[in-house]
Ligand binder design. Structure first.
Ligand code: GLY
Length: 424
C-alpha cells in the first residue's frame, strides 16, 4: 500500500517509524514531513487545505492517509477524502468538534453525564466580567475554538481573569476562536492522557501516557506544546484505567452516536485524577503529541492494520499488544522556545545518540540541508527510550540527550522522575 502521513512534528515521525514496520506498506509519503521523516519517507511539498491535500493523495496514488494535527481535521479533511472515495484515518468534521469547539465537547459531556468540571459559556464581556467578579480563584478561561494551544488561561486572581476575558472578547486575540469563552472550574490532580482508536461504535483504548506542558522542571514557566512524555503511568492503576474507560470513553462514544456522529479515528481524553475520581479536562480529535512518542515504542501490534480497521468502522477483531517496558521521551527544544524560538542552528550527534540501547529519536522541527540537520522550529527532537524500569529508560534517554548538541538546546531534566521515585 502507498501510505501518506499529514503533518511535520515528532508525532508524525513516530507514526512514520511505526507504520513502516507494517508488511502492508510499499511506499511511505509525508506531507510535508521533516528532516527525520525524510530518511524513511518521501516528503511532499506542503499544502494546507483539505481539497489540495486530497489532490496530492490522488496524484500520488495514495491508498491510505493518516492525519496527525488537528487543524485539517477541524477543517473537514476526512469529509473531503470520504466524498472522493479516499480512505483516511481521522474523524469527520462533526466529530472533530470534540477538539474544535470546547463548548460542543462540554455540552456533550454534561448531556451524557461524563465527569468534568463545571463551566459557563460567555460571548459578551460584561456578562463574563460580572461572573468572574463573583468567582473564587483560580478559574480556567478557555477560548472556544482552536487557538494553537494558547487558548487556555489559568487565572489566579481577578486581574488575571479580567485580562484573559478582555484579550478574548474585546481584543479578539484569537479572532473567531476566542469570540466565545468557557469559564471553568479549576480541577486539582494529576493529569493523564488516555487515547482510543474508535470505529463509530466502540473505543479501543491505548496505554495511558502523561505529558509535561511547562517549559521548566517542576512544572514552572510558560506552557509549551509539550516538553516530554512517558508511559505507562503508575497512578493509572488497572482500576483507574477501567474507570476512565467506563465513565469517559464508552459514554463519549455512545453520546457521539446519539448525536448522529460516526466517530472514526483517534479520540484523546485529557483526564485529571481528582480526589473525586477522574474528570475530563479536554478532548482532542487526534493522536497526542508528545504522548505518541512514548506510546508507539511500546506497541507490538501492526499500527497500520488497526488504523485501517478504525477507518473502515470495524475494530471488533482488533487487539492491541503492548510491551511491558517503560518508555520515556524527552523533548529537545530551541533557545527562546516557547515565546521566540531561535532556529537555523546545526544539530550534531544524532547518529551517536541513536546508538544508545533502547533509544529512538523522532525529529520535530528539523530539516536536512546539504547533508546537515538544521533546527527549524521550537521543538526540535524527541529522544524516546525504552527500559525495563523507569530508571533505566530515563538513564538511556538522558544519555542520548547529552550526546546531541546544538546551540541553545533546552530540555527538562525531570521527565518521568516522579514515576522513577514512586516505583523505586
Ligand atoms: N499533549 C497534548 C496534545 O497533544 O494536545
Amino acid at each position: 500500500m502507498r501510505i501518506m502521513i499529514v503533518g511535520s512534528g515528532g508525532r508524525e515521525h513516530a507514526l512514520a517509524w511505526k507504520i513502516r514496520e507494517s508488511k502492508k506498506v510499499d511506499k511511505l509519503f509525508a506531507i510535508p514531513g521533516n528532516g527525520g521523516i525524510s530518511e524513511i519517507a518521501e516528503c511532499l511539498d506542503a499544502v494546507n487545505d483539505p481539497v489540495s491535500i486530497a489532490d496530492v493523495a490522488v496524484l500520488n496514488k495514495i491508498d491510505f492517509t493518516i492525519v496527525g494535527p488537528e487543524a485539517p481535521l477541524v477543517a473537514g479533511i476526512a469529509d473531503t477524502f470520504q466524498d472522493r472515495g479516499l480512505p483516511i484515518f481521522g474523524p469527520i468534521r462533526s466529530g472533530a468538534r470534540m477538539e474544535g469547539s470546547k463548548s460542543f465537547a462540554k455540552k456533550m459531556m454534561l448531556k451524557n453525564h461524563i465527569p468534568t468540571g463545571s463551566a459557563n459559556l460567555f460571548s459578551d464581556y460584561k456578562s463574563a466580567r460580572d461572573y468572574i467578579e463573583s468567582s473564587t480563584f483560580p478559574i480556567v478561561i478557555k477560548a472556544d475554538g482552536l487557538a494553537s494551544g494558547k487558548g487556555v488561561i489559568i487565572a489566579y486572581n481577578l486581574d488575571e481573569a479580567v485580562k484573559a476575558i478582555s484579550s478574548c472578547l474585546v481584543d479578539l486575540k484569537f479572532e473567531e476562536a476566542g469570540a466565545t469563552v468557557l469559564i471553568e472550574e479549576f480541577l486539582v490532580g494529576e493529569e493523564v492522557s488516555l487515547l482510543a482508536f474508535c470505529d463509530g461504535d466502540r473505543a479501543l483504548p491505548l496505554v495511558p501516557a502523561q505529558d509535561y506542558k511547562r517549559i521548566y522542571d517542576d512544572d514552572l514557566g510558560p506552557n509549551t506544546g509539550g516538553m516530554g512524555s512517558y508511559s505507562p503511568i503508575p497512578s493509572v492503576t488497572k482500576n483507574v484505567y477501567e474507570e476512565i474507560v467506563s465513565t469517559v470513553l464508552t459514554p463519549t462514544m455512545e453520546g457521539l452516536k446519539g448525536e448522529g456522529i460516526e466517530y472514526r479515528g483517534m479520540l484523546y481524553a485529557g483526564v485529571i485524577l481528582t480526589d473525586n475520581g477522574p474528570k475530563v479536562l479536554e478532548f482532542n480529535a487526534r493522536i497526542g503529541d508528545p504522548e505518541t512518542q512514548a506510546i508507539l515504542p511500546r506497541l507490538e501490534s501492526d499500527l497500520l492494520e488497526i488504523m485501517i480497521a478504525s477507518s473502515e468502522g470495524d475494530l471488533s477483531n482488533s487487539t492491541l499488544k503492548w510491551s511491558n517496558k517503560k518508555c520515556v521521551s524527552v523533548v529537545l527544544a530551541s533557545e527562546g522556545y516557547p515565546e521566540n524560538p531561535i532556529t537555523k542552528r546545526e544539530i550534531f550527534g544524532i547518529s551517536q545518540a541513536a546508538k544508545v540501547e533502547g533509544v529512538q529519536i523522532f525529529h520535530a522541527g528539523t530539516k536536512k540541508i546539504d547533508g546537515k540537520t538544521i533546527t527549524t522550529g521550537g521543538r526540535v527532537l524527541n529522544v524516546s527510550a525504552l527500559g525495563d524500569t523507569y530508571k533505566q529508560a530515563r538513564e538511556r534517554a538522558y544519555q542520548a540527550c547529552e550526546l546531541i548538541k546544538f546551540e541553545g538546546k533546552q530540555l527538562r531534566a525531570d521527565i518521568a522522575k516522579r514515576a522513577e521515585e514512586v516505583m523505586a
